[in-house]
Design a binder for this molecule. Sequence first.
Ligand SMILES: NC(=O)C1=CN([C@@H]2O[C@H](COP(=O)(O)OP(=O)(O)OC[C@H]3O[C@@H](n4cnc5c(N)ncnc54)[C@H](O)[C@@H]3O)[C@@H](O)[C@H]2O)C=CC1
Ligand SMILES: CC(C)(CO)C(=O)C(=O)O
Length: 297
Amino acid sequence: MDICVFGAGSLGSLIGGLLADTHEVTLVGRDPHVGVVDTKGLCLSGAVDRHVSPTGRTAVPQAADLGVVTVKSFDTSVAARELATADLDAVLSLQNGMGNEAALATRLDSPVLAGTCTYGARLRDPGHVECSGLGEVVLGAREGGESALADRVGTAFDDGGLATTVSTEMPRRLWEKLTVNAGINAATALARVPNGALTDDPGASVTRRAAREAARVARTQGVSVDADEAAKQAVAVADATARNRSSMLQDIEAGRRTEIAAINGYVVEHASQPVPVNETLTALVRTWEAEHGHLES
Ligand SMILES: NC(=O)C1=CN([C@@H]2O[C@H](COP(=O)(O)OP(=O)(O)OC[C@H]3O[C@@H](n4cnc5c(N)ncnc54)[C@H](O)[C@@H]3O)[C@@H](O)[C@H]2O)C=CC1
Ligand SMILES: CC(C)(CO)C(=O)C(=O)O
């Protein structure tokens, strides 16, 4: 399969790198990283130890069987505009946060698949990405149901050695991931603590309440997510990833824009009843972003 990974930073480089021995992979990102990949190859380290040779470029190729989108959620619209210039048989988002698939589908003619990813990745140097943890990719039709296309992409990922599950319930899967991120990311970022700090009160109380609020909003959107189960799962993931610094904490520590709008901000935007914990977390992260010049356009 000819695969174009658009947004070859940490996650895109890891996923593209893992697939590069089995498929024709092009990493689309920014120099110096993609330039080094194209001339010297890509080194995978950490939980995976491999040197692979995907193509690296800064612009979208003319055509590919599959476009995999791994930009941060706030770059999805720009990514869609650039991907629209290519002839793609399908597009798959592996991003965190909600709204990415809809943003892609409204701008692209290609069918858009939804996906979640629990592999951990961190770009260490140009041409070098570290796998900070093995996980799995779950993918399927973005509105749920059976999909021959999802089956084909799932088989291609499986053949490439990625732990992959094809799901007929992607709306629920995406919301379940969102309840976890709503419970963990902003709280750890604001408190400047690893995920494990949220396994006991007072932190766990914030995590449970934010996850419950998100689950309730999911139900108003017609997606059945149990609030108590979501609360338990968010704390369980915080425990299972206790030593992780969440992606939002890493963004804040690096002075980068965060994905708050696609996580707690999405919960607030789609709530028909007050969601005070998500409102507070969103406002405080946005306050930090305003102080650091990341006002949303
Ligand atoms: N890093 C991880 O372990 C995981 C990340 N995710 C999610 O995956 C997404 C990506 O996360 P990361 O890889 O950590 O972010 P990242 O910032 O390392 O990678 C995104 C890359 O896209 C590039 N990019 C953005 N717009 C571009 C454009 N127009 N043309 C070319 N390149 C462009 C950026 O330069 C950057 O290198 C996020 O939604 C994140 O929440 C999900 C699971 C794990
Ligand atoms: C599940 C969690 C919180 C793991 O750190 C994550 O997905 C993130 O950091 O974005």
